[in-house]
Write a protein that binds this ligand. Structure first.
Ligand code: SF4
Length: 332
């Protein structure tokens, strides 16, 4: 990979709650190259969406705060920018689409006005040019009759079409990175496939790098080049899709893959495997591996201390598990 476009380094986030401080992200690091797609996968509450919000500097403060780390994009640390400089990046060079477009689209403005506003703000286009760009983007995401529909309101679009509008808005300023947070969860299966095809197609045409946040292993297999598996606020395994899905190293990744619906056997009465136990509370101060209570391979060392990260294949394959630590680290 050439020099990374986006580098997240040791990112940590905490939230104040009534019962204590929840450490929702702990030392999260990954890198993304131009035109690359990285999947962030894990169960609900593992920190996937928090990672996206932290990159966009949208963690509500209070009660949340970024306590450590860097987010380098095009050579600048986004966490060190003043608010005005960050506003110039957000929705322009780094864009995000959310699970439910109705929470992001404003019901009282036409979709054309909302797309045009982004390009006028970030690109300084006049009203006529911004309107033309809105029509062009609606056409690019496959909205039929874009010149007419540009003047319609969000409620006049179906769920799938609204998600296309969100993608049009996110890509209107040619971002370097698009963060897609569960972009198809609210949609039916056929529309899901169309939205994934659309994102892949636009990525190929524009070179936009994509961070795809999902709990869907099928989407990861189809859409992404690399995958980072998150558990209890940490990345526990990262590698290419072929490596991680084909030969998972971390017991949690192995469990996730075993649970994926595509793995269901055709045998009558066959059951999906489940990972036993529940995700630990993020309020607990953990000395060891957060997965230890659910892991069939857990050893005394796993509860005593956090596993050292084992780096393989020149640095782009890594795993956080005592099973894969070098003998020196395991004994330390
Ligand atoms: Fe299981 Fe231990 Fe590895 Fe954690 S460190 S995943 S408990 S083997």
């Amino acid at each position: 990979m050439s020099a990374p476009l986006l580098e997240v380094e040791d990112l940590s986030v905490e939230f104040d709650t009534r019962t204590g401080v929840a450490r929702v992200l702990e030392s999260v690091s990954f890198a993304l190259g131009r035109g690359e797609t990285l999947g962030l996968v894990g169960e609900s509450g593992c920190g996937k969406s928090m990672t996206a919000l932290a990159i966009m500097r949208l963690i509500p403060n209070p009660p949340g705060r970024i306590t450590a780390g860097r987010v380098r994009f095009e050579g600048r640390d986004l966490l060190a920018l003043d608010d005005a400089s960050m506003r110039a990046v957000r929705g322009n060079r780094v864009s995000m689409i959310f699970q439910e477009p109705m929470t992001s689209l404003n019901p009282v403005f036409t979709v054309g006005e909302q797309i045009a506003e982004a390009v006028r703000l970030h690109r300084g286009l006049d009203r006529r040019a911004a309107h033309a760009r809105a029509v062009e983007m609606l056409a690019a995401v496959g909205i039929p009759a874009p010149a007419r529909r540009v003047d319609e309101y969000p409620h006049q679009f179906s769920g799938g079409m609204r998600q296309r509008v969100m993608i049009a808005m996110a890509l209107a300023c040619d971002p370097g990175v698009l963060i897609a947070d569960e972009p198809t969860t609210a949609l039916d299966v056929t529309v899901q496939a169309q939205i994934f095809d659309l994102i892949s197609d636009l990525r190929e045409r524009t070179g936009t790098a994509v961070v795809l946040i999902t709990h869907d292993m099928g989407a990861i297999a189809e859409m992404t080049d690399r995958v980072a598996v998150m558990y209890a606020g940490r990345i526990v395994e990262e590698g290419t899709v072929a490596e991680v899905l084909g030969a998972p190293l971390h017991p949690y990744t192995q469990g996730l893959i075993a649970c994926a619906p595509g793995r269901r056997t055709a045998a009558a009465g066959a059951q999906l495997e489940e990972i036993p136990g529940t995700v630990p509370s993020l309020l607990e101060r953990r000395g060891g591996c957060a997965f230890a209570d659910r892991c069939r391979h857990a050893m005394p060392a796993c509860r005593a201390s956090l596993p050292a990260e084992t780096v393989l294949d020149g640095g782009r394959r890594r795993v956080l598990c005592w099973l894969h630590a070098s003998p020196g680290e395991a004994a330390a």
